[in-house]
Design a protein around this ligand. Structure first.
Ligand code: SF4
Ligand code: SF4
Length: 323
């Protein structure tokens, strides 16, 4: 699901750049972690405990790194990226540094307003990914931000009214929100948004409470079947690939044993410019000293950033983009 800012000719151009980056073994997607600070209070992530003094070491520009990697897709993430008051400047500089690109920002949405979103949109953001794991008050509790869910939907309505058409919810499939998955899809469709799914794993801080246990594998499978059936009826709302969705129950059953390819198609660059293969591994080197990663026999997570990197380029993926 591409923003209307893009034209049909962008699709073959994106595919050509994708093929080129694969051929030269360069990352397709670079995540810029512009800060590790966060003002949420999630029980499954410790970023919010980052010392405020870490701000002093955060880079004032990621444009040189963007020019060096020349990726197809760029994500501004954190921590909570909207804590950076200069986020618009960071986005604008990166957007100018790379010609053919698709830029997203991942946010909990608690500080996003239609005005801030418009400023980021004008700076070069093509897609806002807003975390949303429940439609009810459980989301506010899980993130530790009172009133968050209502604020998100008010902001989304304001963004849509301003013509911002690149909005997705990032929904983490957890043991306690299987009842929310289809309702979130329907709510997103009604709001003119997409939904991108990821599977909860305890790789961030070892919190096993939200895991989808193997005893719920059948229930999970039926939710995934419903998502795939929805995609067959209507593409463009659920933006996760068919391949990734099919792998989720396999992972929960302990059958997904393929090596992890994080660091090959995707890399993360931390606030100081150092590279790590995925969000939950330590950094290895500065981006100026980049060396190719190899697949690794790690199965600690099955986040979308791992699973989608393993997804082959299938026709259904092209259909998703065209929808
Ligand atoms: S999961 Fe996201 S919103 Fe929650 S503390 Fe971590 S960075 Fe912040
Ligand atoms: S499975 Fe891959 S993405 Fe997940 S923690 Fe391990 S190396 Fe990182």
């Amino acid at each position: 699901m591409l923003s209307a800012r893009f034209r049909p000719w962008h699709v073959p151009a994106f595919i050509a750049k994708y093929a080129y980056l694969v051929a030269i073994r360069r990352p397709i997607l670079v995540h810029f972690e512009v800060t590790l600070r966060c003002n949420a209070r999630c029980g499954f992530c410790d970023y919010w405990q980052t010392d405020r003094a870490a701000r002093d070491a955060e880079l004032s520009s990621f444009a040189d790194a963007a020019r060096f990697f020349n990726p197809l897709m760029i994500t501004f993430t954190g921590g909570e990226p909207t804590l950076r008051h200069d986020l618009e400047d960071l986005v604008r500089a990166v957007a100018r540094a790379v010609r053919l690109k698709y830029i997203t920002v991942i946010t909990h949405g608690g500080m996003l307003t239609p005005e801030r979103a418009t400023a980021l949109w004008d700076a070069g953001i093509n897609q806002f990914n807003i975390s949303l794991d429940y439609l009810d008050g459980r989301h506010d509790v899980a993130r530790g931000i009172p009133g968050l869910t209502r604020r998100i939907f008010d902001t989304v309505d304001g963004m849509r009214a301003r013509g911002i058409d690149g909005i997705r919810f990032n929904t983490v499939i957890r043991g306690d929100n299987l009842d929310q998955i289809l309702p979130i899809v329907h709510r997103a469709a009604a709001a003119g948004c997409g939904v991108n799914f990821s599977l909860y794993t305890d790789a961030k801080n070892g919190n096993r409470d939200p895991l989808v246990g193997a005893e719920r594998a059948r229930e999970l499978q039926s939710v995934i079947d419903e998502l795939l059936a929805y995609k067959r009826r209507r593409r463009g709302v659920i933006t996760s690939s068919d391949h990734y969705l099919r792998q989720i129950p396999r992972y929960v059953r302990g059958e997904a044993r393929e090596p992890c390819r994080s660091g090959i198609r995707t890399i993360h660059i931390d606030p100081t410019g150092r590279v790590k293969r995925c969000p939950d591994f330590p950094t290895d080197f500065h981006w100026k000293d980049f060396r190719e990663y190899q697949p690794i026999a790690c199965h600690a997570c099955f986040y979308a950033c791992r699973g989608e990197a393993q997804a082959p380029m299938q026709w259904s993926r092209v259909q998703d983009v065209m929808a």
